[in-house]
Design a protein around this ligand. Structure first.
Ligand code: KG4
Ligand code: ZN
Length: 327
């Protein structure tokens, strides 16, 4: 429950993380069934925690995509039911656009000036966009293969660190390594490509070869060092291209969003680079980086386009440039 797009009134979360840790990834059917089980209690608890009665709610926002269809359907249909029962407008929200609004929580809306360069780095997407205003984007580039988060997850698995949500595990291992000045272990993919695209599939394979090399040579895999080198390589390209876009388009702000924006190295490198630049850097609070409903509500405040029920449906394949239906 969010007020004025910037203030959290109440926040309730039901997480499937321990469940997916056990299965080593999301089993879509299991996730959707759990959501069916939890969605009503979560809505009820959030309202109770807020101290609000339902007549103080102005509108219902819901993620329509991208994502797993089963999970999206649970959200979309519940939101429609709520909207009908409470007689309040229903606002469909693009999940990726939503991520950006984690930056608005706890700020004044005018703190974030446009145009802004926005890097969205999540488990399934890596996009760089020029945000000229709310709902007004130019696409600058994105990943040509794996998303940044996906690369973190796969490399965590290769290193035997985690079978699910590998990002934090890589980060933790990397922080244990005391770097010595040597040649980087991995090439910075597409650093010199001259565009705003990324590629993370090659580095994932390079890590696999490296790890196999250690194993074949009969030496232990230096997990922390490989994690560090991988994190350095990935964050180097993310930061380089984002800052380059910010400079090229003379933006007033630079924003990051998505699960990977919780990464400490990424945040530190951006802070270091942005310090001397003309634009203002905005980094969302860590606890709002990964998927949550707070930024969806905030996004709906700044992109208030109520839709008819028939036009609101789960769409797993939306991109950052797709706009949910408007009436
Ligand atoms: O946005 P998100 O919560 O879910 C999707 O929409 O995909 O992003 C999840 C991704 C996962 O790949 C996870 O490993 C990554 O974000 N992630 C991180 C960190 N925390 C989460 N990656 C690197 N460093 C982190 N600290
Ligand atoms: Zn996400």
């Amino acid at each position: 429950l969010v007020k004025d797009g910037t203030k959290i009134i109440a926040r309730t979360e039901a997480t499937s993380l321990p469940l997916h840790m056990k299965t080593g990834g999301v089993v879509p059917e299991v996730a959707a069934r759990k959501q069916v089980e939890y969605i009503v209690p979560v809505i009820k608890k959030c309202l109770e925690d807020s101290g609000f009665t339902k007549d103080r709610i102005d509108a219902i926002a819901v993620t329509v995509g991208p994502g797993l269809v089963g999970s999206l359907v649970v959200g979309v249909e519940s939101a429609k039911a709520l909207s009908l029962a409470w007689d309040r407008p229903l606002i469909p929200i693009n999940h990726l656009t939503g991520h950006i609004y984690a930056n608005f929580i706890g700020k004044k809306p005018e703190d974030i000036e446009f145009p802004a360069a926005v890097l969205i780095v999540s488990g399934g997407h890596t996009d760089l966009i020029l945000m000229k205003g709310h709902g007004d984007f130019d696409y600058l580039g994105g990943t040509l293969d794996d998303a940044a988060g996906e690369a973190f997850d796969k490399v965590a698995r290769t290193l035997g660190l985690s079978s699910y949500m590998g990002g934090p595990a890589i980060s933790k291992a990397a922080s244990r390594w005391r770097p010595v000045k040597t040649e980087p272990m991995f090439k910075r993919p597409m650093l010199g490509s001259g565009d705003f695209n990324f590629s993370f599939s090659g580095i994932k394979t390079a890590v696999l070869y490296k790890v196999n090399g250690f194993k074949n040579a009969g030496v232990g895999v230096p997990v922390n060092e490989v994690a560090y080198e991988f994190e350095e390589a990935v964050t180097d390209v993310l930061v380089f291209k984002t800052v380059r876009a910010a400079k090229k388009f003379g933006v007033k702000s630079l924003l990051i969003a998505g699960g990977v924006s919780a990464n400490k190295t990424l945040r530190r490198k951006l802070e270091e680079l942005a310090a001397d630049e003309k634009f203002q850097l905005h980094i969302p609070p860590t606890e709002l980086c990964s998927d949550n409903a707070v930024y969806i509500a905030s996004c709906a405040f700044f992109n208030y386009y109520p839709a008819r029920y028939a036009e609101v449906s789960a769409d797993p394949s939306l991109t950052v440039m797709s706009k949910p239906s408007r009436v």
